[in-house]
Design a protein around this ligand. Structure first.
Ligand SMILES: Cc1ncc(COP(=O)(O)O)c(C=O)c1O
Length: 430
């Protein structure tokens, strides 16, 4: 569900014709719908209300400070994985006391920065990190709250590159070892400086079934119970993010479906609940606009050569991800009536939609059925709000795109387009 719709053959973001945004701000351009961000945040808040969770939006997903501010105003906390993400949250006016800090290789400088900022919780990913956190907390004289990130060894049934809750991945501490970590740490001097009262897990991303969560939570609450028997009380359970967005249409589960399976496992245990959704909130709230520079027949293929590619949206190259691509102004005959996903339209042609980058993995979509497209047409790459701009680079020295946030009939530039000067500024005056 999102607020990008075709009306009379033209794509709108909320009440703004997308072509007008391309005219005004140029391409490549990320366009976000504030209404869609709010809608998805509210869906989660409503579905999980029985647990009164703190929703910590995952900053890595789409980290523009204006989007962070919008979410902070809705009451969101933040899942951060670096000092830079904490800086972004603070710049956005977010409350550090709502931030939980994950990441397998936090540096001393990042830990000190987070201690001094007064974040809510460190999600510790290894025994060495726990000892280091205790040392730095003692040095800075600030007692830290922490959760141990556990690895419940469940298969989230998603792409292997976005699987994080299987034992062979680098994330968290496996359950058997985790129990030992708590027992040993509780009896150590470090416990004076770190209150290890939380358990966290994040099993993967783009998860579209409830079973992996049910399995993971079952294992985690059993651990919490075993620890309680040993006199170690866990106060906070953070089950991470992972809820899927719609890319092809129809694959994402409703928030109520996840909540319906998870709430019975968690409620009535007196646990403070945190969650770290990212993609579910932002995935369908953004599109990437690109302009076709040339149409090139080659052998039995036709390439649409665009002004944006894997440098600005790397997901197809990185994970083979599907993004629906469709012209911004296809006209009445080709405008999808109900949905913006793949629908069979008579008169479409088969094309590869590719970018300007000197890599053969630089594509948005292959063998796509699109209406006839000519040089200069603008295309929308849908469901690009999550892991889009936040993963964009300046590879091949193309500056980063601009970003625009639409509220109803208003569009606001929230990041100016990169410039050639931006490319070289950190290399100058050294
Ligand atoms: C620790 C942690 N929490 C939350 C998320 C957000 O995941 P998603 O965007 O699938 O909700 C991630 C994503 O990688 C993560 O690593």
């Amino acid at each position: 569900m999102d607020l990008f719709r075709y009306r009379q053959g033209r794509l709108f973001c909320e009440d703004v014709p997308v072509a007008d945004l391309a005219d005004r701000f140029g391409t490549p351009l990320y366009v976000y719908s504030a209404g869609t961000l709010r809608l998805h945040y509210e869906k989660l808040a409503k579905a999980f209300a029985a647990l009164e969770p703190l929703i910590c939006y995952s900053v890595k997903v789409c980290s523009n400070i204006h989007i962070l501010r919008l979410l902070a105003e809705m009451g969101s906390g933040f899942d951060i994985v670096s000092g830079g993400e904490l800086f972004r949250v603070l710049e956005a006016g977010g409350d550090p006391a709502t931030c939980c800090f994950a990441g397998v290789a936090k540096t001393d400088a990042e830990i000190r920065y987070a201690l001094e900022a007064g974040i809510r919780m460190f999600n510790v990913e290894s025994e060495q990190e726990l000892q280091n956190l205790a040392r730095l907390a003692r040095d800075t004289g600030r007692r830290a709250r922490a959760a141990l990130r556990v690895n419940p060894d469940v298969d989230p049934r998603t792409h292997r590159f976005i699987t994080t809750g299987k034992k062979e991945t680098k994330f968290g501490v496996d359950l058997e070892r985790a129990e030992c970590v708590w027992r040993t740490f509780a009896a150590s001097d470090g416990a004076r400086w770190v209150d290890l009262a939380g358990v966290q897990a994040h099993i993967g991303s783009q998860i579209t079934t409830v079973e992996p969560y049910v399995q993971a939570l079952g294992k985690i609450v059993a651990l919490v119970d075993r620890l309680a028997e040993a006199g170690i009380r866990i106060a906070t359970l953070d089950f991470g993010g992972g809820f899927g967005a719609e890319y092809e249409g129809g694959e994402a589960l409703a928030a109520e479906a996840f909540a319906g399976a998870m709430i019975p496992i968690l409620e009535g245990r007196g646990l403070e609940i945190l969650m770290e959704p990212g993609r579910f909130i932002a995935g369908n709230a953004g599109i990437l606009l690109t302009q076709v520079q040339y149409v090139k027949p080659a052998g039995d293929r036709t390439f649409l050569l665009c002004d944006s590619g894997m440098n600005h949206l790397i997901r197809p190259a990185l994970y083979g991800s599907y993004h629906h691509v469709w012209p911004v102004d296809p006209g009445e005959d080709f405008a999808p009536r109900q949905r913006i996903r793949d629908e069979a339209f008579p008169g479409t042609v088969v094309v590869d939609v590719v970018g300007p980058i000197c890599e053969s993995s630089d594509f948005f979509g292959k063998d796509r059925h699109l209406p006839p497209v000519v040089r200069g047409d603008r295309l929308a790459v849908f469901s690009a709000g999550a892991y889009g701009m936040s993963m964009a680079s300046e590879y091949n020295a193309f500056p980063r795109p601009a970003e625009v946030l639409v509220h109803g009939s208003e569009a606001r530039l929230i990041r100016r387009r990169g410039t050639y000067e931006d490319l070289v500024a950190p290399e100058k005056d050294l």
